[in-house]
Design a protein around this ligand. Structure first.
Ligand code: GLY
Ligand code: MN
Ligand code: MN
Length: 443
């Protein structure tokens, strides 16, 4: 495989961002786009800072995630200007001198103190669209976040450039290494914490660099959708393992979930395999023009079919969807847009001027309602869970008879199953980024 030509890819990416910015500036009646990278936040009454999280708009333009108090300035017709803070500081590691494929495409101004940015910013602040948060920004340049600019930029961010897709593929390969190591650690009897550490070691990324907190759940913990506690205790027998963990590549995320059974000959493994089959088919169904809401409803029907096959559901899959019984076992959305943020923006955007596409009634946790188009990257993450809270509600409600409670009891200790891949919508067949990366490991 030939190495990507990042110089050419970045040039094309930048040209696309410039065109989008031109339009966003017209729509907000501004002459300059100004994007602060953001400032560290501090714990209350303390001098410790929280892990720094860069402004996503800044990392859209530049592959920089650790350069606080810097700026990107774009004025139509001019090369982007990067005001890059590289302080004289012997307490902390400072950002390295600018290097990499991006430096020849922009004008770089090195500053040593945040206030040195001020003379480099446009004088006429009233004509600036400033995107970001107010924290740490000099008063005159507080972000105004014009709505027409944000609506436009967020909406179009769903369409990834070739450069972004290359970085997102790399984020898959890093995470695949971690998932491989995590499965080994699980089969070796590790605790949740041990597995998490094995994952971080294999990816070379620690918890604050990952795009979201790792979900490493043994046994019934798999039924807690965003379980992040990381038990240290490895003494109890692990029957099942759910891991939802990603990786970062120059600010782009992967978001991958796998579920394993300790005993690969048991019924839980068979259910994992059935969900896997559903998941692969849903990923293959991703195509230009498909309403993502339909995919979510199709997932409910297919997962209810699995419940039926395993003797858990007595009602028909259609009735289970209609009555909300399928949501007891699959109580989240089929997925979301992915990119600079793990739950990327504009999943509900009706168009690039605002407006919201509603979720289907009875599905309050779906994070994406747009119609799929080429260049979008979405997750496909069906799951089946045995969640006591929801099962108790079902048992006390009018549809208690639509399930077989003794069959549910047989699965409760396993917690749940989620399988999550990241999929690119193209003009033809979808591209499953995750399965390709896992295939490189022979898994
Ligand atoms: N990792 C969070 C999610 O899958 O949406
Ligand atoms: Mn996930
Ligand atoms: Mn996800």
């Amino acid at each position: 495989m030939t190495a990507p030509d990042f110089n050419a890819l970045y040039a094309e990416h930048l040209a696309i961002l410039c065109r989008r910015a031109d339009e966003a500036l017209i729509r907000s009646a501004c002459d300059h786009l100004l994007i602060p990278s953001g400032s560290p936040h501090y714990h209350v009454f303390d001098d410790r800072d929280y892990p720094y999280a860069v402004n996503p708009h800044f990392k859209h333009w530049l592959p920089l995630t650790q350069v606080p108090d810097s700026w990107l300035l774009y004025t139509p017709g001019r090369r982007p200007q990067v005001i890059y803070l590289q302080p004289f500081d012997y307490w902390h590691a400072v950002p390295q001198a600018p290097q990499g494929w991006w430096v020849n495409h922009v004008d770089i101004h090195i500053i040593r103190k945040p206030e040195e940015a001020l003379p480099l910013l446009p004088r006429n602040v009233a004509r600036c669209a400033i995107l970001g948060e107010a924290h740490g920004i000099p008063e005159n340049y507080r972000p105004n976040n014009p709505i027409p600019a944000l609506e436009y930029l967020h909406y179009h961010r769903a369409y990834k450039t070739s450069y972004e897709l290359v970085l997102m593929r790399e984020a898959q390969h890093i995470a695949a290494r971690g998932h491989h190591a995590a499965e080994r650690a699980f089969r070796g009897g590790g605790s949740e914490f041990d597995i998490h550490m094995a994952y971080c070691t294999a990816t070379g990324q620690d918890a604050v660099e990952a795009p979201y907190r790792n979900i490493v759940a043994l046994n019934a913990h798999g039924a807690i959708l965003h379980y992040t506690r990381l038990d240290r205790d490895a003494s109890s027998q692990a029957h099942s393992f759910l891991i939802d963990a990603g990786a970062d590549r120059y600010g782009y995320a992967s978001d991958i979930t796998r579920t394993y059974a300790a005993d690969i000959d048991n019924e839980f493994q068979a259910m994992i395999d059935a969900v896997d089959t559903v998941q692969i088919a849903l990923g293959q169904a991703v195509r230009n023009g498909l309403d993502y809401r339909q995919l979510h409803l199709d997932a409910h029907l297919a997962l209810a079919g699995v419940l039926k096959d395993f003797g858990i559901l007595e009602a028909s899959p259609g009735a289970a969807l209609e009555t909300g019984v399928s949501s007891v076992f699959f109580p989240h959305g089929i997925g979301h847009l992915l990119g600079l943020q793990v739950h990327d923006v504009a999943g509900f955007a009706a168009n690039d001027q605002g407006g919201t596409i509603p979720r289907p009634d009875g599905h309050p946790f779906l994070r994406m309602t747009r119609t799929l188009e080429p260049g979008m990257v979405v997750t496909i993450e069906p799951g089946l869970y045995f969640i006591d809270l929801l099962l108790n509600e079902l048992r006390q409600g009018p549809y208690a008879d639509s399930v077989n409670w003794s069959r549910i009891e047989a699965f409760r200790a396993y917690g749940g199953i989620r399988i999550e891949d990241n999929i690119v919508c193209t003009t033809g067949a979808s591209e499953n980024l995750t399965r390709s990366a896992f295939a490189a490991f022979g898994s």
